[in-house]
Design a protein around this ligand. Structure first.
Ligand code: 4EZ
Length: 238
């Protein structure tokens, strides 16, 4: 039996999903609200973590350890690094890293913590499922390497550092921390993001302007995924 966790960072990012369902039970836990509902065979728990890596790892851990979710989908918006990515474009992460880890003073590469790894990969089964859904519905979906850090990036200098150091295509503030939790606890996960800005000097304005529409693009894709997953008894089903 699948118990599906869906999370975003901000209310706006999960709102289109929340609005879509009824009979929702609200669980309050660890300074947050966890929205629980059923959809066919699926039990779903939805939450927004609040912004940043620490909040996101707390929420992912609670979804898995307290609410016993065994698959996790993250939805939201991101800043583009790759010039091929335009505002509104939809992407899924193949791998994620933390761009703000720096213990290079000890000879370690950027993004690396001893006994860890710089990049964490998402579930291949969920990626394949996402591309299958995209082609079925004529939705353009790109595979992207995502860099995560506790900063809203709005300058070419910061963006170029992340681009050159990690070869990432997009950046945001939660994905890699959710990846770390899911990887450690052996829960298959996927990170979906739609571009809200290009992380340059206009990023603040663009983000405000496109948060709602890009959140909807990502959330709508999650609804397609829910629709497919409802027929699954395990994530291995095809
Ligand atoms: C973080 N999220 C932004 C939260 C912004 C404002 C109150 C995604 C994101 C992002 N993160 C979109 N564009 C970004 C950028 N340029 N830098 C970092 O996950 C909160």
């Amino acid at each position: 039996m699948l118990k599906l966790a869906i999370m975003g960072a901000m209310r706006e990012e999960i709102e289109p999903i929340l609005k879509h369902f009824s009979d929702i039970k609200v669980n309050e836990y660890a300074n947050n609200k966890y929205y629980e509902f059923k959809y066919d065979n699926l039990e779903i728990i939805l939450a927004y973590s609040k912004i940043g890596k620490v909040n996101a790892s707390l929420t992912a851990s609670v979804l898995i350890e307290k609410f016993k979710c065994n698959v996790l989908l993250f939805t939201g918006v991101a800043g583009a690094i790759n010039p091929d990515l335009k505002i509104g474009d939809l992407l899924i992460a193949n791998k994620l890293c933390q761009h703000d880890i720096d213990i290079t003073a000890f000879g370690h590469p950027y993004g690396y913590i001893p006994e860890g790894k710089v990049f964490i990969e998402t579930s291949k089964i969920l990626r394949d499922l996402a591309f299958h859904i995209a082609s079925e519905n004529n939705i353009k979906l790109s595979l992207a390497s995502i860099a995560t850090g506790d900063q809203f990036i709005n300058s070419n200098t910061q963006k170029d550092f992340i681009k050159n150091t990690f070869r990432a295509d997009a950046l945001e503030m939660e994905g890699a921390s959710v990846a770390l939790v899911c990887d450690a606890l052996d829960v298959p996960f996927l990170v979906l993001r739609s571009i809200s800005d290009t992380a340059n000097m206009d990023a603040g304005f663009d983000f405000d302007e496109f948060l709602k529409s890009s959140s909807k693009t990502s959330a709508n894709f999650i609804l397609h995924m829910i629709d497919k997953l409802k027929n699954f008894t395990s994530i291995e089903d095809k």
